[in-house]
Ligand binder design. Structure first.
Ligand code: FAD
Length: 292
């Protein structure tokens, strides 16, 4: 199923997982997926390490298994930085042959100190390439607080509009910890005429190191309320985990109440945390038919 169709019927709820590192046992991801079985997501997306490699093969296999062994629709991420068109074609052919219908087309992060290589400078180039050659449903990334490389929020929205005009069918945001950023972003996308549905990306923050990494990587703002939570519970891991879960539930409840078209939960491969959030919000997002 092409996941963009879902938005016509319901508030979409999706999960994101990442494949085990190349040197780790592949089977651990199936423990994670087994742990997620109590959750009824509309689809599960699987990340892909920029530059291709062994993890890419894992992404394709896991995305295919989610669909055909677990009966849940899936989406495979594909960062294009460093790829030639031939390499992209090879990956997309493998995705197609494994029955994957949804691709999250990304640029990927440019490795520090390296000049960008390959045939694709931006996600929009990959989106154009996919549209011209394939019939995938295309997802793309967006940034309520603007991508850290963007010159301004206005420029960020201009590039996003171009990405959608190139063929992105639906969008997923980077995590944000203050819903205000999402609502302001939605206003900007509406003014720009961006009509693709937008899922709000929510990451439950359950440890301090995780959020420090995210802030340096994504340049997101930490609201005062969130900082107080971190400061109060940073030396009490269980309390911080519970407070982080409560914070995510609060964000999701508000987003759905305010009419967000979808929620994309960054599970961090933690079925316990994802399960607790799902238990708290599942009546707000009735399940669609998931079996393909
Ligand atoms: P782009 O859309 O190319 O944007 C990058 C920058 O270039 C922005 O500043 C944008 O405004 C600007 N820009 C865009 N198009 C143009 C244009 N045509 N001309 C000039 N400027 C332009 N990374 C991974 O490696 N693997 C993953 O699996 C992965 N999954 C992700 C999932 C989500 C939901 C999100 C939000 C991010 C994910 N990322 C992943 C991270 C992503 O690769 C990085 O954020 C990357 O830095 C930008 O990717 P992009 O696709 O948004 O790039």
């Amino acid at each position: 199923m092409k996941t963009a169709e879902l938005f016509r019927h319901k508030t979409v709820f999706s999960l994101e997982i990442f494949p085990p590192k190349p040197d780790a046992d592949e089977s651990v991801i199936y423990d994670t997926l087994d742990g997620l079985k109590g959750i009824c997501p509309d689809f599960i997306s699987v990340t892909y390490g920029a530059g291709g490699g062994k993890n890419g093969s894992r992404t394709i296999k896991i995305a295919s298994d989610i669909k055909y062994s677990y009966g849940v629709e899936s989406a495979a991420h594909l960062p294009c930085i460093g790829l030639t068109k031939e390499q992209a074609r090879d990956i997309l052919e493998r995705m197609k042959s494994k029955g994957i219908e949804n691709v999250l087309a990304l640029r990927g992060d440019i490795p520090q100190g390296e000049a960008p290589k390959g045939d694709f400078a931006h996600a929009s180039d990959l989106i154009t390439f996919i549209k011209e050659n394939y019939d995938f449903n295309i997802l793309a990334a967006c940034y309520p607080e603007a991508h850290p490389e963007s010159k301004s929020r206005a420029d960020d929205i201009k590039c996003l509009k171009y990405k959608v005009d190139c063929g992105a069918d639906q969008l997923i945001t980077q995590l944000f910890l203050d819903n205000r950023f999402f609502y302001e972003f939605r206003e900007r996308t509406a003014i720009a005429g961006i009509e693709a549905p937008i899922e709000a990306g929510i990451m439950p923050v359950t440890n301090k190191r995780q959020i420090e990494r995210m802030v340096s990587l994504c340049g997101i703002e930490l609201p005062k309320k969130f900082m107080r939570m971190l400061e109060r519970f940073e030396h009490n891991p269980l309390a911080l985990r519970d407070a982080g879960i409560a914070y995510a539930i609060d964000q999701i409840t508000d987003l759905i109440t305010q009419g967000a078209e979808g929620i994309h939960l960054y599970t961090m491969n933690d079925p316990y945390v994802a399960g607790r959030i799902y238990q708290a919000v599942h009546t707000l997002i009735p399940a669609a038919s998931l079996v393909s």
